[in-house]
Design a protein around this ligand. Structure first.
Ligand code: AKG
Ligand code: FE2
Length: 247
């Protein structure tokens, strides 16, 4: 507990770095059965490993290397998605701009009454693409055709979760995934989510190559920082924040 308090994030504002247990600031929310540690990892100007845990001794070095490798993979994936839509390879990444990357380690303790609560409520991720690794316990679920489907843990696999800004940029050709984490009564679970987001000042809109002529834009433009503020004010409730931009 003492170690956790040493790295506690600022509880009065959203998405600050460090150790915490609640996603939203307001008091009248359903709490998740989760503790987390958030690292601000990219761009390098935001990376300050002195704020990260100091034990084990190589922890900060490993997280820094992991951050760099995940950014390369995110860039590669956005390139492949662009190409799959007949766009220039760099199209989606150019629309996102420089990656703002956060690495969130989530810890879900065993829950005595798992039917009564969620580890993490249903949401879609706000940014462009999330890369997630999980241990062998399982608990991540994705909404598919109206049903919650378990994302079975696969050793050494990285789960790719498309997020809201990629849905906007691709004008809905790729949908962001609605997901949640459930708890269980016997085993603690760990996951590591690496989020790749635009800068708060970046204006996001459907790519011109996908939203013109016979296929008009399906989403309103949004400044990413405004999207994030409204998400934290209202709470996720599945994909309602993105649906609010539909034209
Ligand atoms: O723990 C998980 O599997 C999900 C984590 C997640 O969705 C998130 O942090 O946004
Ligand atoms: Fe998520």
């Amino acid at each position: 507990m003492e170690e956790k308090v040493k790295y506690a994030c600022d509880a009065s504002s959203a998405a600050t770095e460090g150790y915490g247990s609640r996603m939203l600031e307001n008091d009248d929310v359903v709490l998740d059965w989760r503790d987390y540690f958030d690292h601000h990892s990219l761009p390098l100007s935001r990376r300050n490993p002195s704020r990260w845990p100091h034990h084990p001794p190589d922890y900060r070095q490993v997280v820094a290397e992991y951050s760099d490798q995940m950014a390369l993979l995110a860039s590669k994936l956005l390139g492949l998605i662009s190409e799959s839509l007949g766009l220039p390879t760099s199209c989606i990444e150019d629309s996102v701009g420089e990656f703002y990357q956060n690495i969130t380690i989530s810890f879900y303790p065993p829950c005595p009454q798992p039917d009564l609560t969620l580890g993490l409520q249903a949401h879609s991720d706000m940014g462009a693409v999330t890369l997630l690794i999980q241990d062998d316990v399982g608990g991540l679920q994705v909404l598919k055709d109206g049903e919650w489907v378990m994302v079975q843990p696969v050793t050494d696999a990285i789960v790719v979760i498309l997020a809201d800004q990629t849905e906007i940029i691709t004008n809905g050709a790729y949908r962001s995934a609605e997901h949640r984490a459930i708890t269980n009564g016997s085993r603690a679970r760990l996951s590591v989510a690496t989020f790749h987001d635009p800068a708060k000042s970046k204006r996001i809109s459907p790519a011109s190559g996908l939203a013109s002529g016979s296929s008009p834009p399906r989403y309103r433009d949004v400044v990413y920082g405004d999207y994030v503020s409204s998400w934290y004010t209202k709470g996720p409730k599945g994909k309602r924040n993105l649906d609010g931009l539909l034209l």
